[in-house]
Write a protein that binds this ligand. Structure first.
Ligand code: SF4
Length: 205
């Protein structure tokens, strides 16, 4: 993504009360997050390969934050409790499946905890996305998520909906379906509650 495209994206998000910032590396975003999030507050983490790469959960815990990240759970039941606690944190940090140049944030979820927290609950939300997640339109973004991200994510998580074998979405109603919730954030009533961090590298699916 060139700078002109980013400025267009930033302006479109600004018009929707969402702050978009551009970073050259994930390390830069890590430092930005650590400077922005107070060390004594509660932080929820939405599952994201990009955040795991950044090791942000451990860094926040080490400096004193209380962090609710389902990856720290030792059982499914504990993961569910953590996901619920993350809905009422001060800051929520997660990735995204797609963001569009015209200013939308697109996510699909298996259980819906991540899109719930992005939508309402935490007063501050940070979303990290690699340039590979930027799409021109909502239609293009959803197509990419369903046909590329969902099959790969399903396989990684041990689910087997039809897209895993077909490498394309057939809008299944399988018990193994991984995209039970589709969310499109089109704007915010609280200005800059959501901060979108775009990194000039490819991360995640
Ligand atoms: S609807 Fe089914 S086939 Fe389509 S992406 Fe979701 S899980 Fe895969």
């Amino acid at each position: 993504m060139n700078k002109d495209t980013f400025y267009k994206l930033k302006e479109n998000f600004k018009n929707r009360n969402i702050d978009a910032e551009y970073f050259e590396t994930l390390e830069d975003i890590k430092l930005y997050i650590l400077s922005l999030v107070p060390p004594n507050c509660k932080v929820g983490i939405g599952h994201s390969a990009t955040l795991q790469e950044m090791n942000i959960t451990n860094l926040l815990i080490e400096r004193g934050n209380t962090v609710y990240d389902k990856e720290l759970a030792e059982s499914k039941e504990e993961a569910k409790v953590i996901k619920k606690k993350a809905l009422l944190t001060d800051w929520y940090i997660t990735g995204s499946n797609a963001v569009t140049v015209d200013g939308r944030i697109i996510n699909v979820d298996h259980s819906g905890n991540r899109v719930a927290a992005i939508t309402f609950g935490p007063d501050n939300v940070i979303i990290v996305a690699g340039i590979n997640k930027v799409a021109d339109t909502v239609e293009e973004g959803i197509k990419r998520v369903k046909n590329i991200a969902c099959p790969l994510n399903a396989k990684c998580a041990g689910y087997n909906p039809p897209c895993v074998e077909l490498n394309k979405c057939v809008d299944c109603v399988s018990d193994e379906r991984v995209c039970n919730v589709l969310s499109i954030i089109e704007g915010q009533s609280d200005r800059n509650r959501i901060k979108l961090c775009i990194v000039n590298e490819e991360y995640g699916l």
